[in-house]
Design a protein around this ligand. Sequence first.
Ligand code: PRX
Length: 668
Amino acid sequence: MSQQTPGTTATQAPQGDAFENLSQENRRFAPSAEFAANAVVTAADYAEADADRPAFWAKQARELLSWSKDFTQALDWSNPPFAKWFVGGEVNAAYNALDRHVEAGNGDRVAIYFEGEPGDTRTYTYAQLTEEVKKAANAFESLGVAKGDRVAVYLPMIPEAVITLLACARIGAIHSVVFGGFSAEALRSRIDDAEAKLVVTADGTYRRGKPSALKPAVDEALAHDGHTVQNVVVVKRNGQDVDWHEGRDHWWADTVGAASAEHTAVGHDSEHPLFILYTSGTTGKPKGILHTTGGYLTQGAYTHKAVFDLHPETDVYWCTADVGWITGHSYVAYAPLINGATQVMYEGTPDSPHQGRWWEIVEKYKVSILYTAPTAIRTFMKWGKEIPAKSDLSSIRVLGSVGEPINPEAWMWYREVIGADSGRTAIPAPIVDTWWQTETGAQMIAPLPGVTATKPGSAQVPLPGIAVDVVDELGESVPNGSGGYLVIREPWPAMLRGIWGDPERFKETYWSRFETMYFAGDGAKKDEDGDIWLLGRVDDVMNVSGHRLSTAEIESALVSHPAVAEAAVVGAADETTGQAVVAFVILRGDAVDTGDAIVQELRNHVGKEIGPIAKPKTILVVPELPKTRSGKIMRRLLKDVAEGREVGDATTLADNTVMAQIAHSLKK
Ligand code: PRX
């Protein structure tokens, strides 16, 4: 394991090269007059929010949500960094996402068009989804789940995932979704940390046409004594055989299916915990990011409406994120339904059964708003524009991007190939690049599509009511044309309220680098217009295909293998995935370097410890690792090696022959 002190955030200056390249970007794309004239949000929101930020959010909270008890104060910031939003208010997330739309006469509107990977489909109207959620709420309660209890969710992208989340929210249980690509070991540690009472899972799902199991990982995660789980509800999805634990395991169809469809939602305190979502940080152990109800729902709903220019009566919205990530929480499970939108949900991969699957889905459901990640766009670029050209994409009118910086080439391709056919405006669909994090809960920096003249590769402007800045080492705001660290200066409604079970870690992780400001961990620059360009993480967090991975976590997995003495992991630039995991390992004295065999074994070991998404793309066996005199691994130098560059300044190394030793060993 590397020698870094747990909890410290190693920062390095944002890369100068990225800054230079982006400085040359001067294309601008203003919204069409037609788009601007019909936009649901105008520039007036910026001025209104600037005049009185809490009042602006209070207005949004009252307009976008139905409160069972009105709040008395917009923001309580008397004990920073612990914020309380909409103090004294009571609200039920599921009622707001479902029942009220039915009560308003929109029960027949489609809430979810589900497209399974094998081609099966299901459509849920708001009335039907409300009924399913009520049944699930009753079923979970009958299994002993009460307000405040934790429910672990390990499901594929099927409607039951959304139903489960909303059923938990309805009864005040706190959901903790674990992405289906995480291993049994990762699932176990998250179940244990949150002390979950119930697990909701499926027998499995489909991946590239083949069944892919989930239930065995749950069985394995619960194979130890002392866990807190009393019941497991299993959705039958792919019909594969599963082991069954009588008394503990229950089929979804038998419990939820048999439950009453009558369930009255009661309001929960605005600050009642809604969910925990684990994310990787700079230390080995994932953090349980805690979100609460009123503020989270308000900012999610506002941004979803403003950034995507949502017209719920006519738009068909599709966010391709898995519900296992924050994007799937905020912009699949909650905000679209709060806003009464019609959305598409797709279970599988983009290339199943062929590389045109997504575009067929767009054509089939007439998707008008598409929200996806740069890594997907770059993959489609690689596959070629003839593939989307086979489908009618003229329904598209807004394109969103999230998860990692989008390079101008990918941005232009997205616009010209996917957005150009936009049938509803004379010019291509606007692209909104949205910067935010698991911790921020909702979008923070993004253009408004009817207002902002967009720039390829930039998220550009803080949203109304959000106070973002770029500062130098000392926390001073940098002038236009300069780079530095991205910070958030004022509390925002959807901000994390803490780390599950560890308030001190919350302060130390986010609020200690620049005392009164939230430090996001990203480097950024302001261009000459003051627009913000994200430059990637400046700490030891990697971003692979928009998935957040910790170098320390993967190092820790590697050194838990008996053959490994030490490991250092870096994120190396990768054309498609943004970054790729590259690991440098020193084998133990008694371990034999079996070449490819040991590399394969170590990759699988990481897959088992964390999940297939964390498997290093490359593992290099080396004799030494470059360290400073205080024992800190100089990842910068390893990154140079991994990216095939000449190694940079190595004068602070404790042993200045190390880089030569590494170079020599890699030549062999
Ligand atoms: O580095 C930023 C990058 O993703 C990180 C947050 O990851 P996660 O919590 O998994 O949430 C991803 C989805 C919201 C950020 O610290 N990131 C996210 N969106 C962008 C981005 N980097 C550049 N541009 C973006 N639009």
